[in-house]
Design a binder for this molecule. Sequence first.
Ligand code: PPS
Ligand code: ADP
Length: 206
Amino acid sequence: MGSKEHSAEGLYIIPHKHKVTGEDRMRRKGHRPLLIWFTGLSGSGKSTLSGLLEQELFERQVHTYLLDGDNVRKGLNKDLGFSKECRTENIRRIGETANLMLDAGLVVLAAFVSPFRKDRETVRELVGPENFLEVFVDCPLKVCEQRDVKGLYKKARDGKIQDFTGVSSPFEAPERPDVHIRTSEQTLEVSLNELIQAVLPKIKIK
Ligand SMILES: Nc1ncnc2c1ncn2[C@@H]1O[C@H](COP(=O)(O)OS(=O)(=O)O)[C@@H](OP(=O)(O)O)[C@H]1O
Ligand SMILES: Nc1ncnc2c1ncn2[C@@H]1O[C@H](COP(=O)(O)OP(=O)(O)O)[C@@H](O)[C@H]1O
């Protein structure tokens, strides 16, 4: 991971200017691209909310793609674990992938624990702040543990999983998220409506 022999540093890589631009693709699709970034503890509701939001947008003719653990940690990032370094590399690669998808004109939804503020900020800078919407899926650890959707909190408490977010690895909550959803206090319907209201103006072509 990141070793010198795999680094592009010092190589002559000169980008080619292609004829079809991001602007052209945006006009063809009829909406602006956007990266909607869901961050929160395991079990907070990232998959549930991002899945519902994608369905809602898709029905409105928006070209979407949902990036989540299932299609990333089992493929592109199957060489990565859950140490701080691995998580940073996980988010870096996801950011780069999302950036290509934005150039293709898509509205990308990314649902990852992404516990480190700096890693999320790196993605925001990479894609450009105007193309990034941070959604804090906020839910108290206690409630996530009660939900224990995948039985992982129990395993973490029993010492069977190391570096588990919220238990033995930190979660740095966003300080000023664009959207703040409290899944233990508000219904799915209210949350979804809040998300739609935040997204639609951002993807409208001016
Ligand atoms: N140690 C540890 N800590 C946190 N989560 C763990 C861990 N081990 C496995 N899992 C499962 O993997 C999912 C988190 O993967 P992510 O790629 O989103 O994590 S990260 O952004 O790199 O921190 C997460 O999925 P969600 O429950 O959907 O959040 C867990 O099911
Ligand atoms: N208001 C709510 N918003 C989102 N999820 C909720 C809410 N109330 C209960 N849940 C439940 O919480 C669980 C969240 O799991 P999931 O979406 O897989 O979380 P994550 O992807 O963050 O690990 C689901 O079983 C979901 O049905």
